[in-house]
Ligand binder design. Structure first.
Ligand code: NAD
Length: 487
């Protein structure tokens, strides 16, 4: 059976490349190639820039409320096509249908809707200076670029393009080479909704295409989601043309469970924050610090629920709640971390092995894994694994728990479980992380700004402030009096 070949999406339609170069995309749950994609060669790259220039001219000249109406139409189309789009995400990522069906498309659409609503509300300032005055305009940056990771492909494309387009920019998006299809569907939806051709282009490929985006002097900003190491390369390369950057990078986030916490709720949070999307979520609380008084109760319930309630298998099966990792490489990387955990002396509470479920025997599955007796210096406690591997640690004293939680170069997220309201806020205020939860974990509504402290990121996505990151302020001084000049 021949598989489809997708071209780059430029200027409102598919554009064939000249190099003929393509890459294959596999379904992680079956290890089968499901389609091929053409790489964005120099011809496609030039076309992307030229069409984005045209698109920007048209789009930025529109009244914000007109842009808003068009984006809201795109939101309607995204929601109407939820199931078709969710299926693409399942086949590309290996995540369970039961997640994609209600999260991926919906949370992407929410963010575009949120920024579409804000677009007409963006205002400048005006202030008198004696008889003269100045005013400011919030102007779009021009052509912006987005580079995405593979864990939430469509959602990432929406989270980046939503504020960019609402503010009047043109956008060139490069999805991860592991999951390139969702962004193409979004591009088609934008066109159908009435977004002018060239305003949202999709270029395909791996690091080289990403590097081109970061280097191009025609691109004024790059919003990147991916690993810390790649993020550093992107920032270094963007510096060549002094581009603005937003960096959404990795994490090794702590969850602190105090002895007055609702332990079942804390276990739910720990499981969600380690096993949802089979552990491939940047904000995951992969370091769980549990107070010694409730440690045994916590790990007993955690072990029982992990062993009883997780169903791995064909991700399209609506009963399945635990999918396959993105690739064989990533699977082997995660298994390597598990081996390291064992060799460095952690105790395997559950999991620790590859899985071959009956309904998806060739998929890249790793069992939900929990290590106990962990210490802060173990590799599994220090490094982001980006798989279903949880490390549980014990603490006795609040200050000590905070110090250990902060002892990392990363600072994406953090959580606290306690019924003591004063302690909850006191502790969370001291945690060095950009996204924090109290008696909750993982929720990320469009209204809430998200991003990392320390090496987990620069800038924010979502929330009102993000619109500012896609505009520049022009100040205009108006002389109402004669110029005083010594010349
Ligand atoms: P990655 O860094 O390997 O790749 C991310 C993207 O960068 C891909 O599109 C890739 O093709 C591109 N790329 C690779 N090298 C590049 C270069 N030199 N210049 C420009 N682009 C380049 O990350 P990944 O494996 O796709 O995703 C997993 C990582 O993403 C994890 O570390 C995870 O924590 C992080 N992540 C962060 C967030 C967040 O919001 N903070 C969200 C999701 C994922």
């Amino acid at each position: 059976m021949t598989t489809p070949v997708y071209q780059n999406f430029i200027n409102g339609h598919f554009l064939k490349n000249q190099s003929g170069e393509t890459f294959a995309v596999k379904n992680p749950a079956t290890d089968e190639v499901i389609y091929h994609v053409e790489v964005a060669d120099a011809f496609v790259q030039n076309a992307a820039i030229e069409s984005a220039k045209q698109g920007f001219a048209t789009w930025s000249a529109m009244a914000p409320i007109e842009r808003s109406r068009i984006l809201l139409k795109a939101v309607e189309l995204l929601r109407a096509r939820n199931d078709e789009l969710a299926k693409i995400e399942v086949l590309d990522t290996g995540k369970p249908w039961q997640e994609a069906e209600c999260v991926d498309v919906q949370t992407g659409a929410d963010v575009i809707e949120y920024f579409a609503g804000l677009a007409p509300a963006q205002v400048g300032q005006q202030q008198m200076v004696g008889e003269d005055f100045y005013y400011t305009r919030k102007e779009p940056l021009g052509i912006c670029a987005g580079i995405g990771a593979w864990n939430y492909p469509l959602q990432i494309a929406c989270w980046k393009s939503g504020p960019a387009l609402a503010a009047g920019n043109a956008f060139i998006f490069k999805p991860s080479e592991e999951t390139p299809l969702g962004a193409i569907k979004l591009a088609e939806i934008f066109i159908e909704a009435g977004v002018p051709a060239g305003v949202f282009n999709v270029v395909q490929g791996a690091a080289e295409v990403g590097q081109w985006l970061t280097q191009s002097a025609d691109i004024k900003k790059v919003s990147f989601t991916g690993e810390v190491g790649t993020g550093k390369k992107v920032v270094a390369s963007a510096a060549g043309s002094l581009k603005d950057v937003t960096m959404e990078l990795g994490g090794k986030s702590p969850l602190l469970v105090f002895d007055d916490a609702d332990i079942s709720q804390a276990v739910s949070a720990a499981m969600l924050g380690n096993f949802y999307t089979q552990g491939e979520i940047c904000t995951n609380c992969t370091r769980i610090y549990v107070h010694k008084n409730v440690y045994q109760q916590f790990i007993d319930e955690l072990k029982a629920r992990t062993e009883q309630n997780i169903i791995a298998g064909d991700p399209m099966d609506p009963e399945v709640n635990f999918g396959a990792l993105i690739s064989k490489n990533h699977h082997d990387l995660v298994m390597g971390y598990i081996d390291k955990g064992i060799s460095e002396g952690a105790t395997l509470l559950t999991g620790g092995k590859a899985l071959s479920p009956e309904s998806a025997p060739n998929g890249y599955f790793v069992a939900p894994t929990v290590f106990t007796d962990c210490s802060d210096d173990m590799t599994i406690v220090k490094e982001e694994i980006f798989g279903p591997v949880m490390s549980v640690l014990v603490f006795e004293d609040e200050d000590d728990a905070i110090r250990r939680a902060n002892d990392t170069h990363l600072g994406l997220a953090a959580g606290v479980f306690t019924k003591d309201i004063k302690r909850a806020h006191r502790v969370i205020h001291q945690l060095q992380a950009g996204i924090c939860w109290i008696n909750s974990y993982g929720n990320s509504p469009a209204e809430m700004p998200v991003g990392g402290y320390k090496q987990s990121g620069i800038g924010r996505e979502n929330g009102i402030e993000t619109l500012d990151h896609y505009t520049q302020t022009k100040s205009i001084y108006v002389g109402m009096t004669d110029i005083e000049s010594p010349f």
